[in-house]
Ligand binder design. Structure first.
Ligand code: GDP
Ligand code: MG
Length: 162
């Protein structure tokens, strides 16, 4: 069984962009269960010679239950099934109430968490990333999922956590 990495975070922080980065745009769908888990899509990925599954959690924002409730429920499902979690936060926005709620949920599950401070597109964003130490889930890894900046270091940390 391959280790499973769940990518979680509130809508529009860049989860799907990060997953495409991790996949190198191969987007090999190995598991997709519409109906039961229509908002979770699993892909097969590889980094530094290690294969793993990566679960994107796109689509929560369309859930009829509303953003907060659906994020919490789907995040909990994805986290329970995962060996490690990448928690994506938009560093250009900073920590929101939803992010704080997700931290509480993550603590309950006890799964290893790697904090991705996304949308750090250049050196000027490094301070925004450092501010996310305040979330209390460890070192914020500055990343630009859009440009690929920092994703190698993030994945190294992910492999250490799995
Ligand atoms: P998701 O809802 O968390 O899956 O977020 P998406 O991956 O769909 O991205 C939401 C928006 O953020 C899109 O317009 C992306 O192009 C943008 N985005 C994602 N990553 C980055 C990044 O590293 N830098 C910038 N500037 N924009 C990003
Ligand atoms: Mg998405």
């Amino acid at each position: 069984r391959l280790p499973v990495l769940a990518v979680i975070g509130r809508p529009n922080v860049g989860k799907s962009t990060l997953v495409n980065r991790i996949l190198g745009r191969r987007e090999a769908v190995v598991e997709d269960r519409p109906g039961v888990t229509r908002d979770r899509v699993t892909y097969q990925a590889e980094w530094a010679g290690r294969r793993f599954k990566v679960v994107d959690t796109g689509g929560w924002e369309q859930d009829v239950l509303g953003i907060e409730a659906s994020v919490a429920a789907q995040a909990e499902f994805a986290i329970e099934a995962a060996d490690a979690v990448v928690f994506v936060v938009d560093a250009s926005v900073g920590a929101t109430d939803t992010d704080e709620n997700m931290v509480r949920l993550l603590r309950r599950t006890g799964k290893p968490v790697v904090l991705c401070a996304n949308k750090v597109d250049g050196p000027s964003g490094e301070a925004d990333a450092a501010a996310l130490w305040s979330l209390g889930v460890g070192e914020p890894h500055p990343v630009s999922a859009l440009h690929g900046r920092g994703t190698g270091d993030l994945l190294d940390a992910v492999l250490r956590a799995m």
